[in-house]
Design a protein around this ligand. Structure first.
Ligand SMILES: NC(=O)c1ccc[n+]([C@@H]2O[C@H](COP(=O)([O-])OP(=O)(O)OC[C@H]3O[C@@H](n4cnc5c(N)ncnc54)[C@H](OP(=O)(O)O)[C@@H]3O)[C@@H](O)[C@H]2O)c1
Length: 237
């Protein structure tokens, strides 16, 4: 994926110019755009080949971000175990510190940074910190924690490239905030009729969601195992 690698090679300069990391959105969906069958229910969508691609992409980024909904549903490790390379720094959007103390992210080599709101449970914060997590209290924004504030803090901590893996609410908020620079999306060849990767604007009345139609331009694609992978830069008309 030369186009993806080329943009990533400019991540440090991008961060210096914009004050935020370069953001790559990456997830797997069924043909009808479902991330999983229903919210909170894990579903293996990728083939072994595209799972490996996901791990390669993770290894190319400084940090990887998911929402607490994904932690609760999938208990992910967010590592690069299928390829050689360094694990990215895990970051979780978790306004109210719902992260279970048994989460696999807390027993990994790189302990998560947890972005929350300032008025969270201090006891839970202490428990998470005792397990190695760093809790980052941040201002509120649409959908929970303010994404621009989080990205600014990540840049200050030396994160030049951030991979955003989901789930649906996080994907939607990053797109609606025009904070995605490029995307790599796996299309698996089945229909699921489940949780849509991008939520309907109707779900958030009055919330200026998706004012325009962000598109991949130019679009590139390849077949990998049983899946199709599409990627490109995000353009916001
Ligand atoms: N196929 C794939 O590639 C893939 C990838 C990832 C996940 N998934 C699936 O997606 C599902 C989870 O998606 P989800 O939509 O329920 O949850 P999610 O997007 O993972 O997490 C959403 C939660 O993050 C917190 N949050 C804090 N600040 C936020 C902000 N600014 N914007 C958005 N969220 C913010 C909110 O919880 P608080 O209010 O408590 O902070 C929010 O409810 C799971 O079933 C998982 O299996 C699939």
């Amino acid at each position: 994926m030369p186009a993806i690698e080329q943009l990533l090679s400019l991540a440090e300069e991008h961060t210096r110019l914009t004050g935020r990391p370069l953001v790559t959105l990456s997830y797997a969906q069924s043909l009808d755009g479902s991330l999983t069958l229903s919210r909170g229910a894990p579903l293996a969508i990728s083939s072994p080949e595209t799972q490996r691609l996901t791990h390669q992409l993770r290894a190319m980024h400084d940090a990887i971000l998911v929402g607490i909904g994904t932690v609760l549903a999938d208990d992910p490790r967010l590592t690069v175990r299928l390829v050689e390379g360094a694990d990215p720094q895990p970051v979780v959007l978790d306004s109210r510190l719902r992260m279970p103390l048994s989460a696999r992210l807390l027993s990994g080599r790189r302990k998560p940074w947890i972005a929350c709101l300032p008025d969270t449970d201090k006891i839970q914060q202490q428990h998470l910190e005792m397990l190695g997590a760093q809790v980052l209290p941040l201002p509120a924004g649409v959908g929970g924690v303010s994404l621009p504030d989080l990205l600014r803090v990540l840049a200050q901590r030396g994160v030049f490239s951030l991979m955003v893996e989901g789930g649906a609410q996080v994907i939607t908020r990053f797109l609606a905030s025009r904070l995605v620079d490029q995307a790599v999306i796996t299309l698996a060849p089945f229909f699921a009729g489940g949780l849509s990767a991008v939520e309907s604007p109707l779900a958030h009345p009055g919330d200026d969601l998706m004012p325009a139609l962000p598109r991949l331009d130019p679009l590139e694609f390849t077949r990998l195992g049983a899946d199709l992978v599409v990627w490109g830069r995000l353009n916001y008309p």
